[in-house]
Design a binder for this molecule. Structure first.
Ligand code: 8YV
Length: 312
């Protein structure tokens, strides 16, 4: 019997660390909660949550003594925070520790797409270099104009990296920031029209659903590239696929998709798209830091101390 539940697709070593810290009840999916004995559910005060399946008020009501949901991840769009707040449940996330990895992956996908690195690598492995000579010419990456959609912590890390690539930085955010030399745009279409590379670093959830609309994609245009490391829900994916297939958009680097991992198979057939399996934060070091921060938030709650990274 335990006061903690670990819910989600944890890796074996993460499970072991959670077991050593809290000896929690382990569930792979939130839907399994309903099958847990009510007496056992009544004891749960803390949930270590991982994954993107919705954790809504109905699920929270299955845990009448729940006090904290500690999310493994900076994005907590899977958790209904309003429902949690109404029930007096605290929510925490894992900000900052993943900024470097996610920004690195954004820039890497951008370079891969512009320089056709995936195709060029395959082409060399298939023996074409020796047989046919030089690989075909492709698109220069450095020295252009970059747009950052959502200038939060990760957006800034991307912009800082792109500055080192001699890019002119433009951005759109909820408010104008104190960023000398960077150009603010009051709306996303204006931003997309001013740049050749657009990086999406928005929060997920209802407020940003389809924020990258058909108009934004069209404004980016046939020479443009769209990079998304936030959430698939931020993009009108049907419009994105249509634009990529017709050449109305030059290319994309995508780490996130609607319905992932069961993504739209149309993506697999488009050579101008770099696909990554939502691995932005996926280095050993960063995932270790995220898991540690999640456990530290739970420990703080259970010992009556201030939460380290509260959301509500
Ligand atoms: C996931 C993420 O948490 O932090 C986020 O918001 O999307 C990722 O780091 C990770 O894939 C585990 O689900």
């Amino acid at each position: 019997m335990t006061d903690t539940a670990a819910i989600g697709n944890y890796k074996p070593h993460e499970r072991e660390d959670l077991t050593a810290a809290f000896d929690p009840l382990h569930l792979d999916k939130i839907s399994e909660l309903a099958r847990v004995d009510a007496g056992e559910r009544d004891l749960v005060r803390a949930v270590a949550y991982k994954g993107h399946l919705p954790f809504d008020g109905e699920m929270m009501d299955l845990l009448p003594n729940l006090g904290v949901i500690a999310n493994y991840g900076v994005g907590y769009d899977a958790i209904d925070v309003d429902a949690a707040t109404e029930r007096g449940i605290r929510v925490t996330n894992t900000p900052d520790v993943l900024n470097d990895d996610v920004a690195d992956l954004a820039v890497a996908m951008w370079l891969m797409q512009r320089r056709e690195m995936e195709q060029a690598s395959r082409w060399a492995r298939e023996g074409n270099w020796k047989e046919k000579g030089e690989y075909r010419l492709n698109t220069k990456a450095s020295g252009g104009t970059a747009g950052i959609l959502g200038l939060g912590r990760i957006g800034r890390e991307i912009a800082d990296r792109l500055s080192a690539f001699k890019m002119e930085i433009h951005y759109h955010s909820r408010s104008e920031k104190d960023t000398p030399g960077w150009t603010y745009h009051a709306d996303p279409v204006s931003l997309a029209g001013a740049v050749d590379s657009l990086f999406i670093a928005l929060v997920g959830g209802a407020e940003t659903e389809n924020y990258v609309s058909k108009e934004v994609i069209e404004a980016l245009g046939p020479e443009g590239v769209l990079v998304n490391i936030s959430r698939g829900t931020t993009v009108d994916e049907g419009a994105l696929l249509d634009a990529l297939e017709s050449g109305a958009l030059g290319g994309a680097g995508l780490d996130v998709f609607r319905g992932e991992p069961d993504i739209d198979p149309r993506f697999y057939k488009i050579p101008s798209v770099v696909i990554q399996p939502h691995q932005g934060s996926g280095s050993v070091a960063t995932r270790g830091a995220m898991a540690q921060l999640q456990r530290d938030n739970i420990s703080a709650f259970l010992t009556g101390n201030a939460l380290l990274t509260p959301v509500n």
